[in-house]
Write a protein that binds this ligand. Structure first.
Ligand SMILES: C[S@@+](CC[C@H](N)C(=O)[O-])C[C@H]1O[C@@H](n2cnc3c(N)ncnc32)[C@H](O)[C@@H]1O
Length: 230
């Protein structure tokens, strides 16, 4: 394993948790600014792929809760789980019908096969053991249960230079003016060391998901992976 620093895009779990605790007050606003308001559309799309009315849904790494809220709007009975208490505080203020739980994706506090669907938005890039996280998601889904993962991915094609500029120059500067700003040095670095979309699809298959597909959004900077627990 390489260096464990914000700039290397790799941090110990406690450091990830305290980073999100610190940026919680600014998190939603930063999302809207950094994605020019597109982030909510990606969450809606992810949920439309995997959640059906009446489904029991786990939104892991729920943060301030926006993906869990979309899953509820789609008719799911939703549990949102995150290990950052400050992020969960924000989520709790948005809904009293979603069940918000503090917990770790790497040791999910649920029986095998408890959920019809699971979602993770911009969370799996931060976990210390990606393969274990994917196996945990598989374990808590019933056979045939559906998973959607939204994650920032390394851009490709003609838009790559534009995103390089946005991500490596503009985002870290934005990060300097908000609390916990080092998170925005961690963000592009963590995208760079995270598996590309094809590799993440292979990892999902190895973790026990079938019919794995991915769709690149926002000019290839965001990947939406879906799969079915086999
Ligand atoms: C970038 S935020 C994403 C929040 C939300 N899903 C969204 O769509 O905006 C990542 C979240 O993952 C959480 N997280 C990271 N590793 C975790 C783990 N091992 N277990 C639970 N939550 C984790 C962080 O606390 C943080 O709230």
């Amino acid at each position: 394993m390489g260096p464990v620093t914000h700039e290397a895009g790799t941090l110990e779990p406690d450091a990830v948790r305290s980073m999100f605790d610190r940026i919680a007050p600014a998190y939603d606003a930063m999302n809207r600014v950094m994605t020019v308001g597109l982030d909510q559309r990606w969450r809606r799309l992810a949920v439309e792929f995997v959640v059906q009315p009446g489904d029991r849904v786990l939104d892991a790494c729920c943060g301030t809760g926006d993906l869990a809220l979309e899953a509820e709007r789609q008719g799911g009975q939703v549990i949102g789980l995150d290990f950052s208490e400050r992020m969960l505080e924000r989520a709790r203020s948005k809904s009293q019908t979603v069940e918000w739980l503090q917990g770790d994706l790497l040791a999910l506090p649920f029986e095998d096969g408890s959920f019809d669907a699971a979602t993770v938005g911009f969370g799996v890039r931060n976990v210390a053991d990606l393969e274990l996280g994917l196996r945990e998601l598989r374990r808590v889904l019933r056979p045939g249960g559906r998973l959607a993962i939204l994650e920032i991915t390394q851009p490709r094609g003609r838009l790559k230079p534009f995103f390089g500029l946005w991500f490596d120059r503009v985002v870290p500067v934005l990060g300097k003016v908000i609390p916990g700003g080092r998170a925005y040095a961690y963000l592009p670095a963590s995208v760079r060391r995270f598996p590309g979309a094809e590799d993440l699809a292979v990892k999902l298959e190895r973790a026990g998901f079938a019919a794995v597909r991915f769709k690149l959004l926002a000019g290839t900077i965001v990947a939406l992976h879906t799969g079915t627990a086999s």
